[in-house]
Ligand binder design. Structure first.
Ligand SMILES: Cc1cc2nc3c(=O)[nH]c(=O)nc-3n(C[C@H](O)[C@H](O)[C@H](O)COP(=O)(O)OP(=O)(O)OC[C@H]3O[C@@H](n4cnc5c(N)ncnc54)[C@H](O)[C@@H]3O)c2cc1C
Length: 393
């Protein structure tokens, strides 16, 4: 969506195809990081964005056993917004779509599912799509696969990928929120379990991290056992866990971490999770996808303005620009997944913070390091001067 917006803002014709009828899908993550807010600022959209309902989190706090610690402090970041904004992703996508529609060369086609690619020899020349009115071909001088971690485009393009595995999946659920509830924490870790709670106003968006493939076993233990696990981690939910009445109220989200070896081929580029599926660890995937979009636009606009399809060397430049930051973030995620989460999920006892986390919690200066890594990432992208200026066209 953001790449479409940026291309259209430069006067380039773009069609964004979305398979669903709306963006209202839950359980997608809500974090809009300072790096993304900075991009919205560069585009002149920040004031409007901040008018939408959201929560601003300046310090990330977590609870391990009985101890609550501050793990990251965003208030010193050298950016416009020194906080994480929590906003449901559908609101963010609707916002971007609304802004993009202001550009005449932007077209968003909902309920249009890409089912395959069209080729001329080795070159990708468009996609095949399923719509409520039947199948159709959509020609394109460049196809961008931004269709997430189960990408149809990447599969049809036969781009080789590297799978890094993940020791966990996430069970997502809603539990109502009351004004007297404690403030939002990054997560609660205890008794070999990790419980994430995102404040969505009148309800909590909750995620219980479970060992990969354990869902069937959890189901066989019964809903009462699951409710008891949740209450053990967040006792103030004791009355409200009864809102989880059936297994349909709980959604399994499988976690996968992988990365394409090559993000492109002639006529085609993959970005975001389609190029590198991100773990939910640290909630950075949305922001990395946004960074990919900005880098791609900065490189593609001059090439597309000259007409025709960008050369393979232009597409290679985009991968070169974004591959290292992606690797750094994924490696940190894998370290946390394999070094901490895997171990936590393997125990069933009361927990206390390890020494390194205690030090982080005790020394305010140190909290700036995770804030920088999470909030800005490695090699944050900026909208090019030409793209930033093209707002008045
Ligand atoms: C459990 C879990 C929690 C997470 N929490 C967070 C978080 O809090 N913060 C964060 O930053 N990241 C989080 N992530 C990671 C984040 O969700 C992804 O990294 C991010 O959404 C990637 O963005 P994307 O635009 O590349 O893909 P997506 O957000 O997956 O978007 C892909 C879009 O393409 C559409 N689509 C798919 N197939 C087709 C098709 N064939 N034709 C047309 N349209 C199609 C989809 O409907 C969707 O709208 C989480 C991930 C998991 C698994």
């Amino acid at each position: 969506m953001l790449l479409g917006l940026l291309l259209a803002r430069s006067g380039i014709g773009v069609r964004v195809l979305e398979k669903h009828a709306d963006f209202f899908r839950d359980f997608r993550g809500d974090t809009i990081h300072p790096s993304t807010l900075e991009i919205l600022g560069e585009l002149g959209f920040l004031d409007d964005f901040l008018k939408l309902p959201h929560q601003e989190v300046r310090r990330l706090r977590g609870q391990i056993g009985d101890t609550t610690l501050t793990l990251a402090d965003f208030t010193h970041l050298p950016v416009r917004c020194k906080f994480l904004a929590f906003m449901p992703q559908w609101d963010f996508l609707d916002f971007l779509a609304g802004k993009a529609r202001a550009y005449p060369s932007f077209h968003l086609e909902m309920e249009t599912e890409v089912t395959g690619l069209r080729f001329d020899g080795e070159r990708v020349i468009g996609v095949r799509a399923k719509t409520p009115n039947g199948e159709r071909d959509v020609p394109a001088s460049l196809v961008v696969g931004a269709d997430g971690r189960h990408s149809t485009v990447r599969e049809a393009a036969k781009l080789p990928s590297q799978d890094f595995g993940a020791p966990m999946d996430v069970l997502w659920m809603h539990i109502s929120r009351q004004p007297s509830d404690p403030d939002q924490l990054l997560g609660r870790i205890d008794y070999g379990q990790i419980f994430v709670m995102i404040d969505r106003g009148d309800y909590w968006q909750c995620g219980l991290v479970v060992p990969k493939g354990a869902y069937e076993e959890i189901k066989s233990r019964g809903l009462d056992a699951l409710r008891a696990d949740i209450v053990r981690l967040a006792p103030f939910l004791a009355e409200r866990v009864e809102e989880l009445k059936k297994w349909d109220d709980i959604k399994l989200l499988t976690v996968q971490v992988d990365r394409l070896r090559k993000w492109y081929r002639e006529g085609l580029l993959c970005i975001g999770d389609a190029a590198h599926a991100m773990s939910p660890v640290a909630g950075v995937g949305i922001n990395l996808a946004i960074q990919d979009a900005v880098a791609a636009a900065n490189i593609l606009v001059p090439a597309l303005r000259n007409g025709g399809s960008p050369s393979v060397s232009v597409l290679e430049k985009i991968q070169k620009r974004r591959e290292l930051p992606t690797k750094v973030v994924q490696n940190v995620q894998l370290m946390i997944q394999n070094g901490i989460i895997r171990r936590v999920l393997g125990t069933n006892r009361r927990m206390s913070p390890p020494l390194i986390i205690r030090i982080l919690g005790a020394v305010p200066l140190l909290r700036r390091i995770p804030a920088r890594l999470v909030g800005l990432g490695f090699r944050p992208e900026h909208v090019s001067y030409q793209l930033a200026q093209s707002r008045n066209r």
